[in-house]
Design a protein around this ligand. Sequence first.
Ligand code: NDP
Length: 282
Amino acid sequence: MSANYQAELVGVLGRPVAENPTGVMQEAAFAAAGLNWRYLNIEVPPERLADAMIGVRAFGMRGINLTIPHKVAVMQHLDEIAPDARVIGAVNTVRRDGERLIGENTDGKGFLRGVRQDAGVDPAGARVVILGAGGAARAVATELALAGAAQITVINRTAARGEGMVADLRANTPTAVRFEVWRGVYRVPADTDILVQATSIGLYPDVEGMPPVDLSAAPAHMLVSDVVFNPPETRLLAAARACGLPTLDGLSMLVYQGAIGFEMWTGEKAPEAVMKRALAEA
Ligand code: NDP
């Protein structure tokens, strides 16, 4: 057999990217799958994104991730946007189909895989409360709605943002969606099946941050999930556990969004356990 020293390239474009741990998890997955692929953290300022995308095409990169500040701006540089990513309004993963670059959003899909695989909960028919209306909230809400959630209540501090998100969900999914402005302490209703904390409250260094919610009416089966992955055990999750409620941390979403990206790029099943371990060590 002749030698092949040419690696396939993937990576993340963003600013900053130095502390982004996704590459550690993807490279562990490539090694486990016996693939000669490299994942590069590439710092790109906003005014150089168009050039960077020409580079992605010129280098024949097999796929890329986008992080702050490029998730929306990248859309104009792609050949196609997946329908769910269009509803979410942001792309975090680009895959290649021949010469075409296709924009996807794996954040909400990763969340859903965690709900099903790690928490053992079927989102179909679920009544969901989502705290927040930013990018993570939109991704999670869109995929929950497309997976058949019966009802989604969006709670957000800033009304305009929450109302915009709800309008987009109503226009593009069959799920019943409501919005409430977050004022003071929000009492999670007794008929809630899944609570999703999708704000940045509790994100390092704000580790003492606790979203103002009252869990006293929550049913015993209600899944409390948090998109914040650093720290993995947020104060909200600790409080939920103290009440005996099942929980799902943000590391699960992070691993599975990467696993779905791996599968889109390579066409192979992701070695999820390897990815989880690599991320936990990082
Ligand atoms: P955005 O900036 O798009 O949205 C932030 C949201 O948090 C808004 O709804 C904002 O409300 C709300 N918020 C922030 N501070 C407060 C506060 N003090 N009180 C009430 N609401 C608040 O951020 P993203 O959606 O991109 O990210 C949110 C979190 O999700 C981050 O912690 C990020 O790390 C995490 N994340 C995790 C992923 C994973 O794989 N686990 C993937 C992607 C993101 P308002 O509109 O009123 O400002």
